[in-house]
Design a protein around this ligand. Structure first.
Ligand code: B12
Length: 283
């Protein structure tokens, strides 16, 4: 975690150091004290403060953000812009757009559902039509994974009593973006959640359920190469979830109606927005 002094934060958001210290002491910004008694503010808290108040970012570089990052009044992330950024492999621009969107106060999941997911779909078509190279598609994916991790780093830490959740993709499913997007979506909703990654056997995910007793387990299903193994893996996980009282959420474009009919789950989601609605409804 990165910490900043009140002086650095004051410069970054264009206010006086005295105001900043006053806000800290009034509890508007959480901070820790160094051994010498100096206030130090975590980056997540600074950005949360900027997000929920009227402050702009006049010197984002001080906070380790790309120059040009600011707090827009409203954020409209356009599909064409994201496709262009991804095709060019422009990681800084991608991070800037995502952080601006976060700072605008809008939730992040709609841009995964309506812009970034569709942009990758478009990239897949461009590759199929020979309009972009494999390396461009691969690089787009790499930079997006990195930016999603950076977004996770700037989200506020979950509280100690936050409900726990775990998720992953199953064996021979290498798709990294969707499971990371679920993690970000649930973190934004205040869950203490962790994507365990991609390509995991059902037996180890069942073990993870027994060991960690999460309130929810998600599986992101993009590619299923062996239907029988997939169903057996889902059975193992469902059995563990039932024993422990864990909700099982499935989602992803690889879960065909045929496979969906062959496995058990608590909720199936086409989009992240469906999961948000489900979690809102269970409280
Ligand atoms: C990037 C990519 C890869 C990368 C992935 C790298 C990585 N680290 O993730 C790699 C290189 C591994 C890859 C490999 C292959 N790929 Co590929 N790939 C893609 C691509 C361009 C993007 C996939 C992606 O990440 N999309 C973005 C995510 C976020 O979108 P999404 O999956 O729709 O997820 C959304 C929802 O479904 C939902 N969701 C998903 N999971 C969950 C879970 C829960 C709980 C919830 C609530 C919601 C949810 O939320 C997301 C946001 O809305 C797609 C194109 C496409 N149409 O998507 C091709 C694509 C899927 N690949 C394709 C192919 C052919 C392959 C290969 C066979 C290529 C090869 N010859 O080796 C292999 C197969 C690998 C395998 N085992 O399946 C084809 C598939 C064609 C088909 N119908 O089968 C596609 C469609 C490209 C194309 N147009 O031809 N690929």
């Amino acid at each position: 975690m990165t910490y900043y002094s009140p002086k650095q934060v004051a410069k970054a958001i264009g206010v006086s150091e005295a105001s900043l210290k006053r806000w800290c002491d009034r509890g508007l910004l959480s901070f820790v004290r160094t051994a010498g008694g100096h206030r130090r503010i975590p980056q997540q808290e600074v950005l949360h403060f900027v997000r929920t108040n009227r402050h702009d970012l006049v010197a984002p570089e001080i906070l380790g953000l790309p120059a040009g990052t600011h707090k827009p009044q409203q954020s409209t992330v356009k599909l064409e812009r994201i496709i262009d950024i991804l095709v060019r492999g422009d990681e800084k621009a991608l991070k800037s757009v995502m952080v601006d969107h976060y700072l605008s106060g809008s939730p992040l999941y709609p841009i995964w559902d309506t812009v970034v997911g569709p942009a990758f779909h478009q990239l897949g078509l461009l590759w199929e039509q020979g309009e972009i190279e494999i390396y461009q598609e691969r690089l787009a994916c790499e930079i997006c994974v990195r930016v999603l991790h950076e977004i996770l780093d700037i989200l506020r830490e979950p509280t100690a009593d936050a409900p726990p959740a775990l998720g992953a993709s199953l064996s021979e499913d290498p798709y990294a973006l969707p499971t990371l997007m679920v993690e970000i979506t649930m973190r934004e909703m205040g869950w203490r959640c962790r994507s365990l990654g991609t390509n995991l056997p059902g037996s180890t995910l069942a073990r993870a359920v027994y060991d960690n007793r999460p309130k929810l387990m998600w599986l992101s299903i993009s590619s299923v190469l062996d239907n029988e193994r997939f169903i057996a893996d889902c059975d193992l996980i469902w059995e563990a979830c039932n024993q422990v009282g864990t909700l099982l959420a499935l989602g992803g474009r690889g879960l065909t109606p045929e496979l969906r009919g062959a496995v058990n789950y608590t909720v199936f989601c086409d989009r992240l927005g469906d999961l948000v609605n489900f979690l809102d409804s269970v409280g």
